[in-house]
Ligand binder design. Sequence first.
Ligand code: ZN
Length: 188
Amino acid sequence: MRIREIVITGEPVLHRPAARVERFDDDLKDLVTDMFATMELAPGVGLAAPQIGKNLALFVYDWVDENDQQHRGAAINPTIMLEPLSVDPLDEYEDSEGCLSVPGERFPLRRSDRVTLTASDIDGHEFTIEAEGWLARIFQHEYDHLLGILYVDRLVEPYFADATAAIQREGWGKPGFSWLPGRDHLEG
Ligand code: ZN
């Protein structure tokens, strides 16, 4: 197991669709093990393969809900069905998202309240999860990564301008930036 470098916005792999996983082999198991460890140390509640520089359609997630129930797994070649976006006004606290590839920033974003995720697990067995609330948000965020979309791409004003300014201030938005959980202390 090794902790992987997390690439930062501007790295091309984050901004293009990920390729399907074709082989459910030991390499895939090793990759998923590394992704869980990297996510845990970061720390984060989700991590998609493009975020560690792998152009592959999979993500891992690990989140404990308000009833202390743990939601943890690997979603390989996922598809997602969304309910229409809620029309409630954005809440700067309740709706704020962060991303390990835009470390240290958080901005509110409207998401669907409910989604249905279908994916393969590490052994190639298909599963379906109906998620709501924060788990639904995690799935939408991670699935977006596999389309080459970051949450900051979806922000509305004034948050889009704020995020753009923050990324410029850090000098990101071009290839070559990454950070290593456990060495660099940047919160997602
Ligand atoms: Zn992210």
